[in-house]
Design a protein around this ligand. Structure first.
Ligand code: 9WO
Length: 261
């Protein structure tokens, strides 16, 4: 996959390229990352990329011209060599005004052959760029941070770990919360068996794989019911196309009865 990021702070992306799974994926060319700085395309002599907001008010707004030039370079950078029936890269703007990021949107973006991520700073970007140059606005949640970069890195990390071969174990991406059935994760334990008077649940030492699978499902449903009951609302399940299995229905009914005790 080929990704370009338009950002005034390209050095921030070393957080992705210098460590861990994301570093390995870039080294193995599972993902190419081009960083394009609008500062380099500020046509005026002072190299300014922002200006005062029309209508007044605090702060500054990122200007159209340097952003358009940077976006053009960013699109070219993710163009393949084939050029034939190539899809145009989606331009994604990270903003609190965007569509909330959920695992299904990550999965769909991870399938694109190329993407351009646009990071805003200051009070935001000139709305004409949003109108004419942006295909999709994405939000991580209802809070404001100093710029789109950290949000773009979160989105990129989520995308990278879904690239084939990015995780050592081909299966692990399908095992965690949200990739599978959408329940929260079950609890994990490792050695030693006992520490500070705390024991590993006996079932995990039993070697009974069916019993372990049932226990994990029950723990996942229990945690979901306690911490994120919204994920088990009938309307939410229906919207995400999830149907509870017989075993899940029985476990949820029992847990709900337990909660009422
Ligand atoms: C800052 C500000 C200051 C005074 C008055 C109004 C203001 N609005 C903003 C603002 O929204 N700044 C944004 C900073 C502009 C776009 C990039 N920035 C950003 C992206 N902050 N938070 C995000 C973000 C992105 C994705 N998911 C969650 C948050």
């Amino acid at each position: 996959m080929r990704v370009s990021v338009v950002t005034l702070f390209p050095e921030m992306f070393t957080a992705l390229t210098d460590s861990g799974i994301t570093r390995r994926a870039v080294e193995r060319h599972l993902l190419s990352l081009a960083l394009v700085n609008p500062r380099d395309y500020a046509g005026n002599k002072h190299g300014s990329v922002d200006d005062k907001p029309y209508g007044g008010g605090p702060g500054m707004v990122m200007s159209v011209a340097p952003l358009r030039s940077a976006l053009q370079v960013a699109r070219l950078a993710v163009e393949g060599s084939g050029k034939a029936q190539e899809k145009k890269p989606k331009v994604v703007y990270l903003t609190p005004q965007g569509q909330p990021l959920k695992q299904p949107l990550v999965e769909s973006l991870a399938k694109e052959e190329s993407l351009v991520l646009l990071c805003g700073r200051y009070e935001g970007i000139d709305e004409r760029v949003v109108e004419s140059d942006v295909d999709l606005e994405v939000s991580l949640g209802d809070y404001v941070i100093s710029g789109g970069e950290l949000a773009a890195m979160v989105l990129l990390d989520a995308i990278i770990r879904l690239q084939p071969g990015a995780l050592g174990d081909e299966n692990s991406a399908g095992q965690d919360s949200f990739s599978g059935r959408g329940w929260l994760d079950y609890p994990h334990f490792t050695r030693p068996e006992t520490i500070d008077g705390q024991d590993v649940p006996a079932v995990l030492l039993s070697g009974d794989h069916a019993a372990i699978a049932s226990w994990r499902l029950e723990q996942a449903l229990k945690k979901t019911l306690l911490k994120r009951p919204d994920l088990l609302e009938p309307q939410v399940l229906k919207n995400s196309g999830v149907e509870l299995s017989k075993q899940e229905i029985e476990i949820v009914a029992r847990l709900q009865a337990d909660l009422n005790d």
